[in-house]
Design a protein around this ligand. Sequence first.
Ligand SMILES: Nc1ncnc2c1ncn2[C@@H]1O[C@H](COP(=O)(O)OP(=O)(O)OP(=O)(O)O)[C@@H](O)[C@H]1O
Ligand SMILES: [Mg+2]
Length: 492
Amino acid sequence: MAVTEEQSTTAMPRPKPAYRLGLSGKLLLLTIPLVMIAEVLIYVPAIANFRMNRLNDRLAAANTAALVLDAAPSGMVPDSLARQILSSIGARAVAIKMGHQRRLLASADLPAAIDHDVDMRTLTVWSAIVDSFEIMLETGNQTIRLVGPASNGAQFIETVVDEAPLRASMYRFSRNLLWVSLIIAILTAALVYLALHYLFVRPMRRLTANLVGFHANPESSARIIVPSQRGDEIGVAERELSDMQRDLVSMLHQKSRLAALGLAVSKINHDLRNLLASSQLLSDQLASVPDPRVQRFAPKLMRSLERAIAFCQSTLSYGRAQEAAPDRRMILIEPVVIEVRESAGLGSDVSISWISAIERGLTIDADPDQLFRVLLNLVRNAAQALENHPKSDVATQQIRITGRREGTVAIVEVSDTGPGVPAKARDHLFEAFQTSGRPGGSGLGLAIAAELVRAHGGNIHLVEGTIGATFRIAIPDRPVELLSIRNERARA
Ligand SMILES: Nc1ncnc2c1ncn2[C@@H]1O[C@H](COP(=O)(O)OP(=O)(O)OP(=O)(O)O)[C@@H](O)[C@H]1O
Ligand SMILES: [Mg+2]
């Protein structure tokens, strides 16, 4: 069920990733308000400064007017001239303080009460800002009494001015600043957009498009990204992605090769079992032949065929990749070793001498069929090493198999007087498909032996520093409790 679900999801066409508001779009939308906030922060002191400059201008004009008005003989200026002067400087009155005396130099249409007092000599930044916003929020025409330093030796100068023109100019200034800010914000956002688009968004899109394409067909090496020459983080990401995709593609190729191999092995196994079964039928008939030599070999042949069929069967039924769990019991090693010798064709009539030095009555806690396969692989390797070693003297060709116990561990060694394991084969000796290139060798023998020994909780290794090659297997007995439970179960 799970498989069908998975199949249906992988078969579904992947929706194309939607770039509704991509990175550059988001950045564009973000930049405009951010620039505007920055402009507002600039606007607050700018408007206060603008107002102060305007008021200073007024004071300067009042100072000039005061010089003219003060210069008139005995301070007498015709009323019309005074009005003219006042209207030209945009003031309603001008006064100076000299010594203890405060002199009104000119005045026209003075209101009964003054609305605001601004002393430019004691003005702080904060009050300048607050006053600016107050003025802008007010309506109607208020008047301001402006006090500041005088230029003609007087202590200070005072002038009364209208607020409305000042407010109007402040509004004009604010409007202009708003337009300038908007233009700056749009220009900045456009520049940021273009820069980010070319620097980041385009390469990011290339990366994501590649990922989507690769996901659709991860076995195709044509989909591996070609990294650009960039030295930044995106360049690193591209190179790493390219390496990762390369590894993945080769891993997937290897996996599919192994899967194909597994299928081939299953087919071979299947037909081999059938062929062996027919051979078994023939050997059954052979057993009825009265010839004593036939009678001697027939049971061995049958036993060997039975074992081969059982092995094919178990591999087929259990699965292709893993061995079945060992069916362990305490068995004598010696009969297994004798059977291995015969199966390997190393009877007394061959040139390779066979030395078996197994402690009398030595037992091992193992699955007899699996132990047989382990030893047969080792003995076959030893025989092949001796046969393929042209320089070796026939008289010294020897395979030696020893067995002993160290406490609860049974140790079996298979050694030969061949050339030893080639250096290049040593590193991955017990891994599948590792062979020194010997013709007909598949590189599976030692991998199978190691897997079977490990399934018994034991280990196998190549003993260093011996003549030829020596492989040592150590298989510990199972703990006693396990044995007794098993025996009880068997009795029940
Ligand atoms: N007794 C030995 N002497 C020298 N070399 C050995 C010996 N046993 C194993 N080797 C080396 O180890 C390699 C791997 O052995 P293994 O049994 O796993 O594969 P194989 O013998 O090449 O093929 P297969 O056993 O699957 O038919 C061999 O190719 C050989 O080079
Ligand atoms: Mg082998």
